[in-house]
Design a protein around this ligand. Sequence first.
Ligand SMILES: C[S@@+](CC[C@H](N)C(=O)[O-])C[C@H]1O[C@@H](n2cnc3c(N)ncnc32)[C@H](O)[C@@H]1O
Ligand code: SF4
Length: 458
Amino acid sequence: MTAPNSPNSQVTHRVDRDLETFLQQGPYVGYCYSYPHKTAYRNLPARSLEDVWRDEPQDSLFLYVHVPFCEFRCGFCNLFTLSQPDADLPRDWLAAFQREATVLREQLPDASFGQIAIGGGTPTYLNGSELESLFTTLNEVLRVSGQRLPVSMEVSPATVDAAKLKQMKDFGVDRVSMGVQSFDGKDVGAMGRPQDLATVMGSIEQIKKLDFPIMNLDLIYGASGQTADSWLDSVERTIDCDPEEVYLYPLYVRELTGLSRRRKASPVQDRHRLDLYHAGRDRLLQRGYQQVSMRMFRKPLPSSSHKSDYRCQEDAMVGLGCGSRSYTGKLHYGSRYGVRQRAISAIVQHYVGQSEDELANVEFGIELDENEIRRRHLILSLFLTEGMCEQEYQQRFGQSVLDDFPQLSQLLELGFAVRTDDRLTLTQKGIAWSDSIGPWLYGAEVRQRMEGYSWDSA
Ligand SMILES: C[S@@+](CC[C@H](N)C(=O)[O-])C[C@H]1O[C@@H](n2cnc3c(N)ncnc32)[C@H](O)[C@@H]1O
Ligand code: SF4
């Protein structure tokens, strides 16, 4: 029997989403690292944090801290970040961050955290004393110990140095993730990222000296003029640095970015990106890396890591620092979104001016109905190379994933996925086309909201 709000009631969504037709848009429709996308968020009636989290499990939450500052604005990047903010702004932001953490502690006194990620932007844009203040707030206000929990932190080559890395190490950071994008000067230039090779190499050397358990390096492929040789040279140089993890990102020219203004005449080519993806992937696999998803590769890790006994909830996240998002089981919320410096600056200024009472309110986001909760589970697990466990889905939702989403049979028929034992797994072709299969699976209302998002004010 079909429950009234079961995905089975959404027949019309299935019929007009023929996979073959959809994929004619090419393999790069959009990156769905989370679902729903933040352009689907809208104003909500104000509720307190306490109210929002009342019936939610609050143990072992994922804590995400978003630091919205960078040294420069890369031509490809639409992340929520300000380049070269006014000198006083980081200090004011840190004061607001401390108020926000205090409010969180008061409103969710029993919350505990299982994992921390500090991202942005570029957290190491903060100077030494500002970084110390950030870590002190985490330690003393939120009472989270980086020494006991897995902590990941993003850095950029030009903003990280030995002293900051030592502070990170002392706090307990175990995964350092740095954007390199390319080791080729022409290629990074074509991406609109000012960067010199000596700085990149110096930073990598410093990271390695401190012996963090995981170093991750990001690369981007598909820049205008990038050749297979220059791409593979970057992949090789990355491997030579011996990182535990590597992310290979296809270049997206996103709205309102520097490249979107610059590159109208020569759009990135799908075929070019697909060829470079295969070349980069093959090279990493030959050199012993394992593929975790379309973008993520890692060295086989020793099974016992010193913090491995901490298990984080899979799908509940508390975000701090404007630009972050938070997820309860049924509600996703965050600050408003912007891309232009003017829009981001207004949002950050609003944040730094907020009182504790104001910071206690949730007023922007999206509510997930049962259909969307199931869809999110599917989308988050299907794009991992290990695939999704059908039994786990059945146990969580009381129904089979193929009954809930019969359109998945199209993936099987067209060779994008296979069913083995109780797993639904993308094939190599399916993994390569993740960025189109993901958007194909978006729910109709989420799609409508994303299409209705007003970029004029972003
Ligand atoms: C927060 S940044 C990484 C840390 C740091 N800010 C830096 O740039 O070194 C996240 C990563 O997303 C990737 N990225 C961002 N925008 C992208 C785009 N439009 N196309 C492809 N990759 C992108 C880049 O590889 C970037 O390193
Ligand atoms: S890629 Fe990194 S450094 Fe460049 S603007 Fe985006 S967040 Fe900042």
